[in-house]
Design a binder for this molecule. Sequence first.
Ligand code: AMP
Ligand code: GLY
Length: 426
Amino acid sequence: MAVDVLVVGAYPREHAIAWKLKQSPRVGKIYIAPGNGGTDNVGQTVPIGVMEFEKLADFAVEKKIGFTVAGSDDPIVGGIGDVFRARGLKIWSPSKVAAQLEGSKAFAKEVMREAGVPTAEFKVFTEYEKAVSYVRAKGAPIVVKASGLALGKGVMVCQTLEEAESFLNDVMVKKIFKDSGNEVVIEEFLEGPEISIHALSDGKDFLIFPTSQDHKRSGDGNTGKNTGGMGVIAPLPWVTDAQIEDIRQRIVAPTILRMSDRGTPFQGLLYPGLMMTKNGAKVIEFNARFGCPEAEVYMRLMKSDLLDLLEASEGGTILSQKLEWHSGFAATVIVASGGYPDDYKKGLPITGIDEAEKVPGVVVFHAGTKKENGLLVTSGGRVLSVSGVGATLSEALDKAYEGISKIHFDGMYFRRDIGARTLEMR
Ligand code: AMP
Ligand code: GLY
């Protein structure tokens, strides 16, 4: 019998997950809560917010949803999994305590220390004066992180001591991230290319996806501020099988084992952001969900049935599944509103998405969009995630950029160098 599913989230990641679930012959109706201006092309958009757990659970009961997929960090870290399971509802989401791997950098560091997982040298502080003395003793460059979630803005890679001290003051004294600044992690600056790993776990075992790379800075050449991600490519041709094996053995396996030994098995997607340093891969952070925009390339490349995989992750049978991928490459480029990640306009009409999707190999996933009187307008900083696939990486990128050339809204902005470094490496 077909399974009706509910996808929780509003990002292009959840749009892509729903798009992929729609291809499953096992999936019946698809609901997306709250979705965005584009998600109604793959399912029914439901106006319930991602943090309204009881309302979402009521909806799942009412509609006889067989499987819920939590996409975004906020509900996952907030414990949507526990609320649904307490009501006997099936949901793909790590438990609240397991999601602390993402929700608390201090917790993640503790697990990494216990598991012997390579990560930047670090210290946790709750007192401003002590944090400042430590930074002075260590010198710059140095990295300061608010321990709680601060929408990706809680991290500052400080090139000078002045920068570090002023950020510590903002976070710990002025509390610009509120309680997220009660605890601060100060860590060693790691050098090397950054990659994303996705491991789908059932709490004991796991399957690893091909590697991918996000581009977090807002400007070409990795300049400008950190953002939620401006574009992703996958797979990375320069990461060797031996490196992936090393990541499996020294990072993913010990983390999954340690979480299980602690009595808080991690069932879901473990997404470590890694720095490929001269001394091997080191963990920058753990996420407890699909990356965004990583999901938009993985969903394009995945051949396996996504519902089968997520059910196996939830049900403790991941090794009964095989991960299969289409050959070739995928790329996605984020189209943002001018000004992002700072102030930007909203409500600007968007045109050309249909034309973009007529380009063979192009699919457009929505981020900050909404429909107003039937008209599609911008409603966020990151507006669209335009993805392309191709036999080669440059073909996939060309497709994505050709797709973007058909799209228009006032002040639209995108990076023109997604994947450029990887292309130069050949
Ligand atoms: P995070 O939220 O911890 O992933 O940090 C956001 C971004 O800051 C990362 O994607 C990196 O680009 C950068 N970053 C974080 N930690 C470090 C570090 N220890 N060394 C260098 N860059 C870092
Ligand atoms: N790709 C960045 C993130 O999902 O956190």
